[in-house]
Design a protein around this ligand. Structure first.
Ligand SMILES: Cc1cc2nc3c(=O)[nH]c(=O)nc-3n(C[C@H](O)[C@H](O)[C@H](O)COP(=O)(O)O)c2cc1C
Length: 228
């Protein structure tokens, strides 16, 4: 299984999270993570994100994990430019039925990180992907809470990690969040294994945007001619 982890990071903290998700993926039998960083160098003169080699690597993946720091209450602008280029694979529903998951990192415990995860989850839904959330119980609900607790933020839509503003990419996020990141990677690998085992019997049946429009013009009976 090929599990792509595609992310952006302004100062390295979100990269640290991505690397720990990779550790969790790589520890799972027959799974390998492909770490892909979105950078400013991939932005063209027209201000759009474009990198065909990265798009090819994503097309080849069984699962894609999307991650960005939360900046000003939503996902890092650089990462948003990458998401907008998803319009190209969207046209033919190329990523349909791939497993998807998301993560975000920021300085505050909340910091409005939920907005970034919702943004990424809506994108994955538009791409016809199958969303996987965090599977761990909340670690921060009790008096005995410690920074080594798993799922300290109590987030399930996707992985939330906190990097204190005065921590470096080496010292932040804190240990519990890094452990949660690894567990998240393993959960995605395991879910992808369960999903791909049935893929031969039930392959993805993408319907392109133009084919969908053709059928709508032909009328409702046209849709009955297909099994998708
Ligand atoms: C422009 C900017 C906006 C930010 N906005 C938020 C925010 O809305 N919420 C928050 O908790 N932290 C915010 N932060 C802090 C970052 O999320 C935090 O430093 C994070 O660890 C950065 O990750 P990175 O090193 O991968 O870029 C912001 C930082 C910057 C530079």
């Amino acid at each position: 299984m090929n599990i792509a982890i595609v992310y952006s990071s302004g100062h390295g903290h979100t990269r640290t999270v991505a690397e720990h998700i990779k550790l969790g993926v790589d520890a799972f039998p027959e799974a390998a993570a492909d770490l892909i960083e979105i950078t400013i160098k991939q932005i063209g003169e027209d201000g759009r994100w474009k990198d065909d080699a990265i798009l090819n690597r994503l097309s080849a993946a069984d699962a894609i994990v999307f991650g960005a720091p939360t900046y000003m209450g939503s996902a890092h602008g650089l990462f948003k430019l990458f998401l907008e280029t998803g319009f190209t694979p969207w046209l033919n529903q190329d990523w349909k039925d791939k497993i998807a998951a998301g993560f975000t990192n920021s300085a505050s415990r909340s910091g409005d990180k939920l907005v970034s995860l919702q943004q990424i989850a809506a994108f994955a839904a538009q791409m016809g992907m199958i969303w996987v959330g965090v599977g761990d119980a909340p670690g921060g609900n009790y008096v005995a809470t410690r920074p080594t607790d798993v799922n300290l933020s109590g987030s399930w839509l996707g992985l939330m990690t906190q990097s204190y503003g005065d921590g470096t990419a080496e010292t932040a996020p804190h240990p519990g969040d890094l452990l949660t990141s690894q567990r998240f990677g393993r959960r995605i690998a395991r879910t992808t294994a369960r999903w791909t085992l049935g893929a031969t019997a039930f392959p993805a049946l993408p319907v392109s945007e133009s084919e969908s429009r053709r059928r709508n013009i032909a009328g409702p009976a046209e849709w009955d001619r297909f099994d998708d």
